[in-house]
Design a protein around this ligand. Structure first.
Ligand SMILES: Nc1ncnc2c1ncn2[C@@H]1O[C@H](COP(=O)(O)OP(=O)(O)O)[C@@H](O)[C@H]1O
Ligand SMILES: [Mg+2]
Length: 393
């Protein structure tokens, strides 16, 4: 098929040509937005799942949904070892900028911007050498609110003030937090506390998070009440009909069909994982010569698709690991594809479990594995065990 018209979009955060199988989540989010805007009690939302299942893309769609309801929105991507202070300040600045032109009381908006500026410019511990936050805010930074240096107090005060600006307009604010498992412990805890306070006050600001499967357990060890604060949505691979739709709907718009057996072959290869669906779809499209696309086309394309995944999806992550970490992951892979017990990994390597804790901890920090149930560990990347087993040692 004509590569120029190839609709598929493999890549982290790449908007898919068809957002398949997420209608239930989007409908739920619509209800949440409406309830929050009407000050009904609601919980903030957290999406969890493995890499490549479409969390970022869904988060972006939810953001568009909020914007369509004229909410103010902002987004941050958490990074390990980075404070959320400035990213949150910039995100809320953007969110409030979306609302400001419609606000009837510019003085109220300016007052908030003064608080926001103070919040963003306050450095905990006075870290020297870092550049002062220089936002395009004309109002001078105010004093005495959201600028104590204690992130929990400051974030709560900032959120309360921001929510009030939105409440004046009968809408809300949504802060989207991607890779939420990477937040510093203090920031995660502050975020929980702020959401808790807002919920009690019935103010319209919600946090919508996305992260790896162990995020709920991070949140509950951060604040015991977090289970009542967040609604967890597990984002998983697509079922057969959604995976088919992800391929056929964009193709049909270009006048291209897949036959039944091609779709069987696709599902067998991609297992419904959105990233893989896009990757196989893309290569198959380029290599197929006839319409409808048949099973043979998919088979022909598979090695090329796998090679591209080995570089772009698996390899880029594998390269981040040290030799000791690779050895650890290799032992996990040899034990199987599901979660494996850390004791078994130690057994395979003929080592004491405690001597392997550093490798395990850094792998968690690098986002390659996560602590599943008690004492067990799993890959954050689907099919990663299979990839590792195919690597030369
Ligand atoms: N619902 C979906 N239908 C089809 N493709 C999707 C869907 N969700 C995500 N994708 C595709 O999967 C890939 C990974 O999406 P992304 O949001 O980056 O995943 P995650 O954030 O969970 O790692 C992207 O190429 C995206 O286009
Ligand atoms: Mg993502």
């Amino acid at each position: 098929m004509d590569p120029i018209r190839n609709p598929y979009a493999p890549g982290a955060g790449q908007r898919p040509p068809e957002l398949a199988g997420r209608d239930r989540e989007l409908a739920q989010f619509d209800i949440l937005l409406e309830r929050v805007a009407r000050s009904r009690p609601e919980r903030s939302l957290v999406l969890t799942g493995l890499r490549g299942v479409g969390k970022t893309v869904l988060l972006n769609s939810m953001r568009s949904q909020a914007m369509a309801r004229l909410w103010g929105t902002g987004k941050i991507e958490a990074r390990p070892d980075q404070s959320i202070r400035r990213p949150v300040a910039a995100a809320l600045h953007m969110a409030v900028r979306e609302l400001a032109p419609r606000h009837r009381d510019p003085a109220h908006v300016d007052a908030f911007l003064g608080v926001l500026k103070a919040f963003g410019q306050r450095d905990a511990g006075g870290s020297k050498g870092t550049q002062r936050w220089q936002p395009a805010i004309d109002v001078p930074a105010s004093r005495g609110r959201a600028d104590s240096g204690d992130i929990e107090i400051d974030l709560t005060e900032l959120f309360v003030d921001a929510a009030q600006v939105a409440a004046d307009l009968g809408v809300g604010l949504a802060l989207f937090v991607d890779e939420m498992q990477d937040l510093l412990a203090a920031d995660l805890s502050a975020l929980c506390a702020s959401c808790h306070e807002l919920a009690q006050l019935g103010l319209p600001l919600i946090v919508v998070g996305a992260g790896l499967p162990h995020l709920p357990s991070l949140l509950s060890s951060s604040k015991s009440y977090s289970e009542r604060l967040f609604h967890y949505l597990r984002i998983d691979r697509l079922d057969r009909s959604a995976a088919d739709l992800a391929l056929t709907a964009p193709a049909a718009r270009e006048g291209v069909m897949f036959d039944r057996m091609a779709l069987d072959e696709m599902y067998a290869a991609a297992g419904g994982y959105p990233y893989f669906v896009q990757a196989y779809g893309k290569v198959t499209w380029d290599m197929a010569t006839a319409n409808p696309i048949g099973a043979q086309d998919v088979k022909m394309a598979a090695p090329q698709a796998e090679a591209e995944l080995a570089v772009g999806f698996f390899g880029s992550r594998y390269e981040r690991a040290t030799p000791a970490e690779r050895e650890y992951m290799r032992a996990m892979a040899d034990l199987g594809d599901g979660p494996v017990s850390t004791a078994q990994v130690a057994d395979v390597l003929g080592r004491r479990p405690s001597s392997l804790s550093p490798a395990r901890d850094t792998l968690i920090k690098k986002g390659l594995v996560y602590a599943a149930e008690r004492g067990s560990i799993a890959f954050t990347v689907p099919h990663f065990g299979h990839f590792l087993r195919s690597q030369p040692i």
